[in-house]
Design a protein around this ligand. Structure first.
Ligand SMILES: [Zn+2]
Length: 310
């Protein structure tokens, strides 16, 4: 699409090698004439694929099955960031992507965090004594688990694609509208499915479900903070065990991409069931569906059972 830009120093050499040697379409204006997009992680990749349709060629920087929080980029991926017509990312979520955008894609990146209206912080998530101290000021990045925020991000992606590819702006707008319709339907299903639940406390592995909990009247009690790799301290574990007992939560939710050991232990200690709730940070063969809407519908069924909703 766009004329090749000046590359940052890190990517220039790699890009040269890639374009001369492989011509695989990894990065750079595709021969197909499609808009090439580097999406930072799965929900952004899915939104771009839906809103861009056949007009875009999107690749995720986070490989399927990889946990996106601690993503590191290899030189080839940095080149992809440098050469893509558009990079769609969420500032503050993946430091390696932030760095690559700063050095390689300053003028070709869309940060979705404004459209996602990130307004929860670690401190809001639970009244948590156990949130990691330096997590406190950090914004909760997991906007996509609230379908209506996700729809807003779809609109922002549509608008940005329209700016970069004005000839097809109307198509992007109409695709974004269809994306919103899907999300609105999901939102309605969640709203009615979670309206009458005996258990309001939602005990999750990492604090990915804050926006979802808030949208549908639940209170998240997470075992770790906003990132899944932080091991809870013994004090934090005692605290969450106590909360689970007091709240009468019947289910502790583990995740697909991270170890379920801690959740399993907590469930055993408190007599709660163990179920899997998918934060949709990546799709794998272990996922309960092939894409965002199907996994979200599976999440809803899991929640209806786990929170004892009628
Ligand atoms: Zn997460």
């Amino acid at each position: 699409m766009s004329p090749r830009r000046l590359l940052g120093p890190a990517a220039a050499l790699v890009a040269l090698v890639l374009t001369s040697a492989c011509g695989s379409g990894l990065g750079g204006s595709a021969d197909s004439g499609k808009v090439t997009v580097a999406a930072a992680f799965y929900p952004l990749e899915y939104a771009v694929s839906q809103v861009g349709g056949d007009l875009v060629e999107v690749q995720s920087l986070t490989k399927p099955g990889a946990e996106p929080h601690d993503l590191e980029l290899n030189p080839r991926q940095v080149a992809h960031v440098a050469l893509a017509d558009l990079v769609v990312y969420e500032k503050g979520f993946q430091p390696a992507v932030d760095d690559a955008v700063r050095s390689e894609a300053r003028h070709t990146a869309l940060d979705v965090s404004a459209a996602a209206r990130l307004d929860l912080t670690a401190a809001d998530e639970t009244e948590s004594a156990h949130a990691q101290h330096d997590d406190h000021a950090a914004k909760d990045p997991h906007f996509w688990l609230d379908p209506l925020r996700y729809a807003d991000v779809g609109d922002a992606i549509g608008a940005e694609l329209g700016r970069r590819d004005p000839a097809h702006a109307a198509e992007y707008t109409s695709n974004a509208k269809a994306f919103r319709a899907t999300m609105t339907t999901l939102d309605r299903q969640f709203r009615s499915g979670l309206e009458q639940c005996r258990v309001k406390d939602l005990v999750t592995a990492h604090a990915a479900f804050g926006y979802l909990a808030r949208a549908y009247g639940l209170t998240q009690q997470s075992i770790t903070g906003l990132t899944p790799d932080a091991e809870p301290s013994p004090a934090a574990l005692a605290d969450i065990t106590d909360r689970i007992r007091r709240s009468g939560a019947a289910t502790v939710y583990a995740e697909t991409l991270v170890s379920e050991d801690v959740a399993r232990t907590l469930a055993r200690e408190t007599g709660a069931r163990l179920a899997v709730l998918d934060p949709l940070e990546g799709i794998t063969t272990a996922s309960a569906g092939r894409d965002y809407p199907s996994v979200m519908r599976a999440n809803l069924a899991t929640l209806e059972a786990g929170q004892e909703c009628s």
